[in-house]
Each structure stands twice: as C-alpha cells, then as structure tokens.
Ligand binder design. Sequence first.
Ligand code: C2E
Ligand code: CA
Ligand code: CA
Length: 642
Amino acid sequence: MMVRSDNPELLKAQYRAFTRQVPMMYLILLSSTWALAVTHMHVAPPWLTIAVPAVFSIGCIFRMIFWWRTRNIDPPPSVAHAALARTNRLAACIAVAFTLWSFLLIPYGDAYTQSHVAFYMAITVISCIFCLMYLRSAAFVVAAIVNGAFIAFFISSTQPTFIAIAINMLLVCVGMISIVLTNYRNFERMVVSQQRTEVLSNENFKLANMDSLTDLPNRRAFFAHLETELRTARDAGTRLGLGVIDLDGFKPVNDLYGHSVGDRLLIEVGKRLSSALKASAAFRLGGDEFAIIAPYIPDDAQLVINANAIVEQLRAPYHMPEGTVQISASMGIAVFPDLASTREQLFDRADYALYHAKRTRRSEAILFTADHESQINAEARIEHMLKQTELESELFVVFQPIVDISNEQTIGFEALARWDNAVLGRVSPAQFIPIAERAGIVSSLTRPLLKKALASASQWEDHLRLSFNLSAHDLNSCEGVLSVVGIIESSEFDARRLDLEITETALAHDVEQVKRSVEMLRHLGCGISLDDFGIGYSSLTRLHALPLTKIKIDRSFVTCLHDKPASHKIVKSLLTLSRDMGLECVAEGVETAEELAALRQLGGTLVQGYFYSPPLSAHDVGKFLSEQRAKSVMAEREYDKL
Ligand code: C2E
Ligand code: CA
Ligand code: CA
C-alpha cells in the first residue's frame, strides 16, 4: 500500500488528485490548532500555546505554499513518486508532533479544555484521513499514530466519557478507513479505464493514419500533412517539394512470387525510403505508390539529383529467401509555389510528372516544368474538343498492311485512327487516345472508328484480315465489350477475319472482366493480338490467362535490330516464345531492308512497317494491293527467267 510506481499513469493521477486536496488539510490543521491553542492560553505556558503552534503554522504554511504552487505542474512519474513517498514520511512526523502537543496540553486544563483536546484530535484526524485519501499509506499512518495514541490514552484515563469517546473514535476510524479504501479502488479503476480508452483512441488514430503493412503514414495522413506543410511554407514564404513515386515492375513480382513476397518488398521499399530521407517524410499512398513531402529543398537541379539518388536506392536488388528481386521506381516532383499553389494542384502536378516519367523516362525522377504546364493546357484543349459533337465525322481510319515475308503477300491491314479537327488540325492517336482514356470517353471513339474500319474492310477480298486496336477501357466493363460485339455482329465483315489488338495495360485493370470480355470476343470468332509486346512487364502466366492468337513485337526492339545485340536477342526469344505458344507473331515498325533481313534470318514471317508501306487511306488500299500483286508477278517472271 506504499506509493506504487508500477503504473506511471496511476501515479501521476494520484499525484494530481492529492495536490488538489492537501492544501485544504493544512488549512484545517492550522485553524483547529489555533482554536485549541486559544482555549489553553490562560491555563498553559506560552511556549505550548504560542511557540509550538507558531512553529506548526510556519511548517504548515510552507507546505501549503509548496503544494499550491505545484498544483498545475505535471511531473514525470519518478518525481511524483518521490514527492508522494516524502509526504508519507512527513505525515508520520506531523502526526507524532501534533499528537504529542495535544497530550502535553491535557494536564493544564479542566474537563472542558480536556474535552476540547479530545474533540480536536478526533475531528482533525477525520479531516486528515479524508484529505489524504489519494495517498492511502499516509492516511493509514496518520490514523494509526493519532488514533492509537488517542485510544490508548483515553481508555487508560478510566473516565467513562473519555472511554466512550475512544471506543466511538475507533469505530468511526474503521468506517472511515473502509470508505477511503473503497474510494481509492474506484479511483484506481477509473484511471485504468481512462488509460485503456486513451490507448484505444491512440490505436484508432494509428489505424486511421498509418499503413499497417509498411508502418508508414497512409494516404489520409499524407493529405493532412501536406496541408499543414503547405500552410507553413505559405506563411514562411519557403518552398515545399512533393514527390510521388510509383514502382516499376511490382505487379509481375507479385504475380510471379506471390503476395507475401510482394508485401515484404513493399515493406523493404518503405524502409529504404525512410532511411533515405532526413527532414522529409515518406508516405504510402496505396498499392505500390509512395510519396515524399520535403519542406527543405535545394534548387531545382539539385532536387532532381537528390530524387534520382532515392530512385537509385530503390533500384538496388532486394534479397528475399525466395530469391533476389529487382524492381525500379519512377518519381514525379512538383514544387510549391513555383508551378503549384494549392494542395490539389501540387499533387496533380507531381502525379502528372510521374505519368510522364512512366511514359518517357521510366525509372527516373522528373520535375514538373513549365513545358508540362503547356502540355496540360494543350491536353485540356484536346479533351475539350474530343467532347464536342462533330467528333464522329472528324474521325477516320487508315490502314497499314501486314505482310507475310515468305511470299511477299499482304495478309491484312491494321486500322489506325486519325483525327482531323477543325481547330486543332491533325492530332496524333498517340496523343488523343491516352487523353480520351484518361477522360473516360475512349469508347465514344472506339465505336465510330470500328464501324468505319469494318465498313471499309468489308469491301476487301475475302482472304484479307483486319486488325483493330481496342483500348483497355473497352474491355474493362460489360457494356464496353457488348457495344463492340454489337458493332461487329451488325457489320458485314466476317468476325473470323478480325483481329482485335490489346495491350498489356488491359491486364492492369480488372483482370477477370478483361478475361470475360476477351473470351466473349474469341467466341465470336475474332482473333486476339497482344500489341506492343516486350515493353511491359507482364509475366507469361498472366498472358497465358488470355486466349491470345497473335503477338506483336514492339517497334522499339525491331528498330536497328541488326545493329543492336540486345534487341536481336530479345526479338529472337520473342519469336521462339510465340512459336512455342503456338501464336502468330508480327514484327512492328520495320523500316529498312537490314531490319527485314535480320528478321528473316531469325525466322520471322509477319511484318508491318514503313518498309512496306505507311498507313494508307481506305481509298489507297486497293492501289497498294494491285501494285504489290504486279510486283510479285514481275518477280515471278524474273525468277522463271533464271
Ligand atoms: P500501335 O497500335 O502500336 O500502332 C502502330 C503505330 O506505329 C502507328 O502509329 C503506326 O503509324 C506506327 N508505325 C507503323 N510502322 C512504322 C514504322 O515503320 N516506323 C515508325 N516510326 N512508325 C510506324 P499511329 O497511327 O500514330 O498510332 C499510334 C498508337 O495509337 C497506336 O500504336 C495505338 O496504340 C494507338 N491507336 C491508333 N489507332 C487506334 C485506335 O483506333 N484505337 C485505339 N484504342 N488506339 C489506337
Ligand atoms: Ca496496334
Ligand atoms: Ca504496336
């Protein structure tokens, strides 16, 4: 029952409650002591009625001031513990001193003054027990010393009234102590439950603001922190940097090694990020997206160097029990107040820079610049124009032949979108398709384009196939794919002569829905080509989930393939892979005879590219075919002559 130090919170609460009551105890002591001294002044010597009470008073006032001054201070648990333990010892001394003084007064007076001493001792001890109820040990010490002496003294007096008072006092004291005990237990329970509630609410706060996997603050905390830092920067007139990071190649790791490895990889990325930062803070925004808020930033050039150093650290191999994993990261950076003045703008611009990093300079950090701003404006204009009513009539398709190099015969054409806008002029599909995708309106482009492509192709000879590019968004929803199916069914073109080209990005979305969509299209008889193969990171297991019929090797591997051993190797393995999987393979973007020769040597058969023809208008398709036919007749004749 001594002062406990095992629960610091309880100790502090005890200290707080105690300091609020103890000055009152000294006040009661003072007033009753002087009341007793006054009634004894004419009978007892002055050293007993003036000097001793005066010494007591000085002590009491001194302690009263001490406690009064510390009442609002929240001391550390060790200090509180020491103060309470000291009070315990002091309580014993005070009890002995006051009791002794009371007994010294008894011989001097008559029955009245003696009764006053008894009253004084009883009432003061009761008040003290009450005032000391948060320091049970002190309350017990005082009760034991004062009452022990009191009861022993008055019972031994053989005076019946005093004996009765002593017995009564004993009973009252027992009652008081039990009340103090109950009260203290309730107090303890209350403090502990308050503590639990605090822990719980701390935990709730943590749950709401921390990412449970990486232990980094989460998206919610990110926006709150960004808001605060932005306000500080605005007030102080300083710059604030925001970096948004997206991992490159995380999905395949997840697919190939499983989610537990993916999770550990994210934890490791979180750790590397945190240790790479000094004054800045790292956050996990969700999935494989992270962010950095940097309040103290150098000039732009140094900022990009620092950001690239972080990206570099994330690129170092990750050693896991399952094997060594290598991924990289791209980062978009925006700076307040340079080109962004609000929280939303800062985030959007960093995100835009990230999008650019992903598209153009993968695995690097890119700072949002004035160029990006004009690009945003241009894109906004394009998006605005895409939403206007004349779009359908402004869109048309051109056709690029796909040639079988074993017999130099065109086997089909790929339809490519073209848009001649009244205001903007000719806009490249490489520009407007991604904008339409981001704006969520790409199906309003797919529909008229597919109709026009099918209408042209239905005029072709029966052996020619048509390839048409679908956007991931066309396959992502049931309505999207049903509208494609509807257009194919209502056209005069045989679905079995149609190849639909999709890119790996389709798999970045709802894989199950994409699978259903692709299966529905296969059911119609369409072929499915995987476009731009090689540039993504899709693992083969993922690709295998789709019933593909063709793959198209991306132009980036075909360009100068005869000169670049790396490209040569990749094309070779992609050709082997497609053969093993029983898929046809088209090499895109063949521009030169050297590239063609290299492809031929590697066993490639289907080729598309400027070497044979740029995309042609619907009108020029027939001309191209007759010219090709004429050429091959000539070649046959030459061959016959030999
Ligand atoms: P893609 O599907 O990979 O199309 C091939 C692109 O390469 C076409 O660009 C084509 O003109 C170009 N190309 C073909 N041969 C060569 C060559 O030898 N050298 C060079 N440098 N380029 C060559 P285009 O027409 O500008 O289309 C760009 C992209 O826009 C397409 O890439 C495709 O992803 C998208 N796209 C085009 N039309 C459509 C469409 O109707 N729907 C959808 N969703 N996307 C489309
Ligand atoms: Ca294509
Ligand atoms: Ca392509």
